[in-house]
Design a protein around this ligand. Sequence first.
Ligand SMILES: [Zn+2]
Length: 237
Amino acid sequence: MSEEEMSRRGFLSQMWDLTKTASGLYLASAVLDTDEAQAQTTQPKRIISVNDLPIAPEDAVKSKDYTDRVNFGRVPLYDVRKHREIYIAKNFQVHEFNKRSTLANNKDGSLHDDFIRLDPNLVTLLQNTRDLVGPIDVVSGYRSNWYNNYLRSHGVKASKLSQHTSGRAADCKSKLPIRELADIFAQELAKLGIRGGIGVYDTFVHVDTAENVGRKRKPSRRWGNHIAKGYHVREAA
Ligand SMILES: [Zn+2]
């Protein structure tokens, strides 16, 4: 582990210890001020940054189930067992990004992973898009290495080195036709200055914030049946 990463983790755990003792006060600084929040709900919605989630225990980080072979752990593994309900953007909660299918539930029957990798850029992208198109259903967000392999062994066409395992991908649906949602994701990726990738499927759009793959001259990697010529790249969801 690099010195930088060690100091980052030290900082995060220190910060968490400080805030944990204050039972709930860690949210205080992130409370949406203003009348806008008041108008939306009777209680102000509390939002924290993904970066402020607690880091997962070392044994989970080191386990091969949670290995990030795609982006080498640049997006840290967070422990969200007690934080599934927390808002990490105006309209998104943690649990929307770590769902598991009913076939792969945890021992306690829960359908959400205990841990998560989640690129803050992905959350920003989804919120910005949500502001334009209305509610977005995240069909599949973060996948542990274990869960991604599980899906593959159960016939899901997931890439072995899926961007989902590095916390940088989400498969999404909205009220919009799939193709239109894909175009808006492309537009919003460009606004954020992220190349990313977009895959169009029959029932959902895959979007990711990966920077370091694909063909350099394209604004983003694109694939799928409904994409214009020149963007055909075969990849799995
Ligand atoms: Zn996907």
